[in-house]
Design a protein. Structure first.
Length: 210
């Protein structure tokens, strides 16, 4: 396995730990997105959670619904927290860009806010690869902060980070280009619960592999 401590995202989220979970715990839109996904999945579906963080709320919600969850995160601290908080799921500390993925091996893939510290090129390539890991008719949820930015330096919860993203229309086009049909989209604004936080736009795309 690649030494994940070398990745900028690992350094950021190792430092944040459970503080990240507390800051975003009140996102009603995230929970509504999970409810929608759970309602659409067949029993005992196999789900990949990309950037699984502390395991809450995504892996916890899916495991509670009886699904088989594999969480992947580049941060060892996050993987340790998730493994303790959601023991029913499996977690791996790895860079999803380097992790081998078997074609058509998952019923659903969740990508909640885990693309932002990748380049636009890496985001595009990863979404294409994740779409290939979905079985035909499988579902993917993509969520991000929809801003037209490339390799911008920001301070995120006191940590220096570099982020890239897409405007809403371009993000939807990215999904379509990967062979995904966007069935439902929600745009909202959320203010994380931490000192100095400002409102930030969030977009949630629920997609189907054609």
């Amino acid at each position: 396995m690649t030494d994940s401590h070398q990745h900028p995202a690992a350094r950021v989220f190792d430092a944040l730990g459970a503080d990240y979970e507390r800051a975003f715990a009140d996102s009603a839109a995230h929970r509504a997105s999970l409810t929608r996904l759970v309602d659409q999945l067949a029993p005992h579906s196999r789900v990949l959670d990309v950037g699984s963080g502390t395991g809450l709320p995504t892996a916890r919600t899916l495991a509670d619904a009886g699904h088989q969850v594999l969480g992947v995160d580049v941060s060892p601290v996050m993987v340790d927290l998730a493994s303790r908080q959601v023991p029913e799921a499996s977690f791996r500390c790895a860079d999803i860009r380097e992790l081998p993925l078997k074609e058509e091996s998952f019923d659903a893939v969740c990508v909640y806010f885990s693309l932002l510290q990748m380049s636009r090129e890496d985001q595009t390539a990863l979404v294409h690869r994740l779409a290939g890991a979905l079985r035909p008719g499988g579902r993917m949820v993509l969520a991000t902060v929809p801003l037209d930015v490339q390799d911008v330096s920001v301070v995120f919860m006191g940590q220096q980070a570099r982020v890239s993203s897409f405007a809403p229309e371009a993000f939807a086009a990215l999904a379509a280009g990967a062979g995904l049909s966007v069935e439902w989209e929600q745009n909202t604004v959320f203010t994380p619960s931490h000192a100095g936080a400002a409102p930030e736009p969030h977009v949630f795309l629920h997609c189907l592999r054609s």
